[in-house]
Design a protein around this ligand. Structure first.
Ligand code: 5GP
Length: 194
């Protein structure tokens, strides 16, 4: 998606050979017109798949998931990283290991918002090692719902997550697929690989 790639090139900050900072438009400050365009693009890609629900992870997945839900006309549910006091039982939970933060957290979703007749589009801001996506897939499985695919805003294609998921036969759609962050520079795979 050209608009997103241009934004990454102009505003993204390469922190290391494996970490890209995009907190001026996605991870802290949010760019609404860009999120709208992202939502329209995902909706276009998944419009034939009978999606009934979008499932993401707080907090950075919420903006793109909500815009996609708006265009598809379906709710967006976000898994919580901390257990809410009002959400004790009646939860699907999964463990997610973050390599960037070197910690493992439980994520949870209320059973009220995901059921076995749902067709789910799992979304996230980044795909790196695939742990967040696997945690969300675990929750979809626990609900007995059907997975339509995964929508990722920025994939770091040089890390193993994308391969891991596609090897399992899962459809993964990414809007910007980065091939390298070497020498402080963002390089993308050719469009056909996205
Ligand atoms: P994974 O579980 O695929 O290893 O990592 C995905 C999660 O880690 C995303 O939800 C995202 O929040 C975070 N993440 C991984 N790599 C990056 C990165 O380069 N930049 C930012 N901003 N977040 C990242």
């Amino acid at each position: 998606m050209k608009k997103l790639k241009d934004k990454i090139l102009s505003d993204g900050k390469v922190l290391s050979e494996s970490v890209l900072k995009v907190d001026s438009f996605l991870n802290h400050q949010i760019d609404p017109p860009l999120m709208q365009a992202i939502g329209e693009e995902f909706a276009l890609r998944f419009k034939e798949d009978g999606i009934t629900k979008i499932l993401t992870l707080e907090s950075s997945g919420i903006a793109p998931a909500m815009m996609t839900g708006l265009v598809l006309g379906v709710p967006a549910v976000f898994a919580r990283k901390r257990k809410s006091l009002t959400l004790v039982d009646h939860l699907y939970t999964a463990s997610v290991h973050s390599y960037t933060k070197n910690e493992t957290n439980d994520i949870s979703v209320s059973k009220d918002f995901l059921q076995k007749d749902d067709v789910v589009l799992v979304m996230d801001d980044f795909l790196a090692n695939g742990q967040a996506a696997l945690g969300l897939l675990d929750i979809v499985e626990q609900a007995g719902a059907k997975l339509a695919g995964i929508g990722i805003v920025i994939e770091k294609g040089f890390q193993p997550g994308g391969g891991l998921l596609r090897e399992r036969g899962i459809r993964v759609e990414t809007l910007a697929n980065i091939s390298s962050l070497e020498n402080g520079k963002v390089t993308f795979f050719e469009e056909a690989k996205n």
